[in-house]
Design a protein around this ligand. Sequence first.
Ligand code: 13P
Ligand code: SF4
Length: 314
Amino acid sequence: MDYEPEIARLKAEKNAILLAHYYQDDDIQDIADFVGDSLELARKAAGTTADVIVFSGVRFMAEGAKILNPGKQVLIPDMNAGCSLEDSCPPAAFAAFCKAHPDHMVVTYINCSAEVKALSDIIVTSSNAEAIINSLPHDQKIIFAPDKYLGDYLNKKTGRNMLLWNGTCMVHERFSEEELVRLTVRHPAAHVIAHPECPAHLLAHAKFIGSTAKLIQYTAEHPGGAFIVLTEPGILYEMKKRSAGSTFYEVPGISGGACISCNNCPYMKMNNLEKIYLCLKNGTPSIELSDDLIRRARKPLDRMLELSVGIGKK
Ligand code: 13P
Ligand code: SF4
């Protein structure tokens, strides 16, 4: 079946919008109504007039769209598209941790479950985290969850001593430093650019660190450049479109030896055109959250949107 026209037909019939993250396969990015980073996608979801949102990303992103649009149907091509950061922060254990530190404000990375969002004071993404944390009083004690590497990076950037939850992204923690160094030796003029979900020993090699949107912006501002990219390689599609004549090198992950496909996010890569077509046609899998959970998770998400006015593209 030629999925592209069928998806277009179903989208028009159901007044649906297709949102996709930069880590999605090229063919999905090609047909999406909007491609963005977590912040841009949350904003797009908050402002859409469509009746149905199809979210081609991972489950926490689709849940975010549902929390911001309780009255709309939010579809996800594969309900198993989770996130290792979400998995590393079980709500009951996190609730106990927060309870043990009642004088701490809870600042949580958007890569978490709706239940964990509901336990938080403010949600952040990698695009707005530094600015939002800097906007809080300097003596405010803070818990940062679930990404310990992003938290460590933010502690250094903001001069804070946030209490960090012990979570990691299975993709960003596994880039091979040995292969990275080999690439920098082979391509000495190339800029190493990295997502802040990478551990400190990898970030130490980077000339520029930022969210997916900021990394793309950096490459667009350096046309004809060479870049060694420490994030999920789905991002290269938009980078190549926006940075004419540039050369990009992806870094292998480690899995025993160097493994080129281990730098792919297994969850992001669960989505494909067939599943997008089927979820639109069948109206399932659909994100379902209780009204009470939506109400509690919405407060910290709204707070994030209020505090990130002016950051990133709309
Ligand atoms: P961005 O918000 O930078 O797009 O990151 C999302 C993500 O899951 C990175 O692994
Ligand atoms: Fe989660 Fe990492 Fe995949 Fe992003 S790349 S969705 S943080 S597992």
